[in-house]
Unconditional design. Sequence first.
Length: 136
Amino acid sequence: MAAAAFEEIVEDFEFMEDWEDRYRHVIDLGKAMEPLEDALKVPATKVDGCASQVWLHAVVEGGRFRFDGDSDAMIVRGLIAVLRSLYNGLPVAEVPQVDAKAELGRLGLNDHLSAQRSNGLRAMIERIRETAMAQA
């Protein structure tokens, strides 16, 4: 059920030998992402439960879900980019149905993130799901 952009990341990960290469790739994905406008970095878009500063701003256009985000931590920006590839472009009603844990498990992320990063990732996923359900 993952978006095509996420499938590309899965394919990229399959060619990488070790976790360090994958970790660098996630960071590179975050570096390539446009920064969130400062005007959108407000308490309403801030995600609680993350060790670093994280903001997610979602919109629904033509019934399709899309979000942008930012963080002050490079790896978290990369995780936001991965989540964007998983969710962006889906019909808003499908967003809560995505099994993010299973999809991210395909990348091996569950095994290589610290407990704090894993908690933050769960908080971001929950925010995405809640936002989509509110807009569906």
